[in-house]
Design a protein around this ligand. Structure first.
Ligand SMILES: [Zn+2]
Length: 266
């Protein structure tokens, strides 16, 4: 159970540590369960960069980065938050992701983007204010769309060259300025595949804090055109029958949820 609270509400008492090395979370195995370290700040953590983020299981929780070449205590295990099989609970995965997003915002907002001077935290929240020109800045969250395009028992799937061999996923991309989400879905499908769609329906969303995306998931129906691959971005685009799909994105991703949800309906 986690309660997200502002960084300046730290009660100062002992608590748990969300130790992050990039997108890897340090956990300790105790009685067969992986949990967060508790108590004094673990060796290797950068004290001056630690931040209170709220209450986890009734105790203060603080996020702290560790350098890529810092040695951690022997009992610590690092678990990749974006790995296909992270082997930690969904709660720890979400908490680790939030910590990663907070550190990313903190590290990227040290100086004002308007005048270049140093910033400080706004009291009672996660925004910052410039010490010089008083401009307020708030955490950047970037909306993205992802869509299952359907055509008579088939799904439209795309593949990037850098993905593991045989892996396909769904059409996805960032929202442009001035666009609504549904317009972004239509545009991304057109740009990546050359196809037209209709009946765009919102299904659900997922935070993807690597570093700051909000994925919004949709279904849509094929409405016309022939596949024309956007070759700068993609290696392949094709239709797959729902009962003969290629290697898919990992469970816990919204793309996989959208695909499984459609398969279950068939
Ligand atoms: Zn400024």
């Amino acid at each position: 159970m986690f309660e997200f609270l502002p960084q300046d509400r730290d009660p100062g008492t002992a608590g748990t540590w969300l130790l992050l090395r990039g997108a890897e979370l340090a956990v300790i195995e105790k009685d067969g369960i992986l949990s967060l370290p508790f108590g004094d700040m673990p060796a290797g953590g950068e004290q001056e960069s630690s931040l209170y983020i709220g209450q986890w299981q009734g105790a203060p929780c603080r996020v702290v980065p560790v350098g890529s070449d810092t040695e951690l205590p022997a009992e610590f295990q690092l678990r990749g938050l974006t790995s296909p099989m992270p082997q930690i609970s969904i709660e720890l995965l979400s908490l680790g992701g939030l910590g990663r997003q907070i550190l990313s915002w903190h590290e990227n907002s040290r100086f004002c983007s308007r005048c270049g001077k140093e910033q400080r935290w706004l009291p009672g929240g996660w925004g910052k204010v410039c010490r010089q020109c008083d401009t307020h800045h708030f955490p950047h969250i970037h909306p993205c769309v992802i869509v299952v395009v359907r055509r008579q028992g088939e799904i439209l799937m795309t593949r990037k060259a850098e993905w593991p061999e045989g892996r396909y996923s769904l059409v996805a991309g960032f929202l442009d300025m001035g666009e609504c989400l549904e317009e972004a879905v239509v545009r991304e499908v057109r740009e990546e595949t050359g196809l037209e769609i209709d009946n765009v329906q919102y299904i659900g969303s997922q935070s993807w804090p690597f570093p700051s995306q909000l994925m919004t998931g949709f279904t849509a129906d094929y409405a016309g055109g022939e596949i024309c691959i956007e070759e700068d971005e993609l290696e392949d685009v094709r239709w797959f029958p729902v009962d003969d799909l290629p290697k898919l994105p990992p469970k816990r991703s919204i793309s996989r949820y959208l695909i499984d949800n459609y398969k279950d309906q068939k």
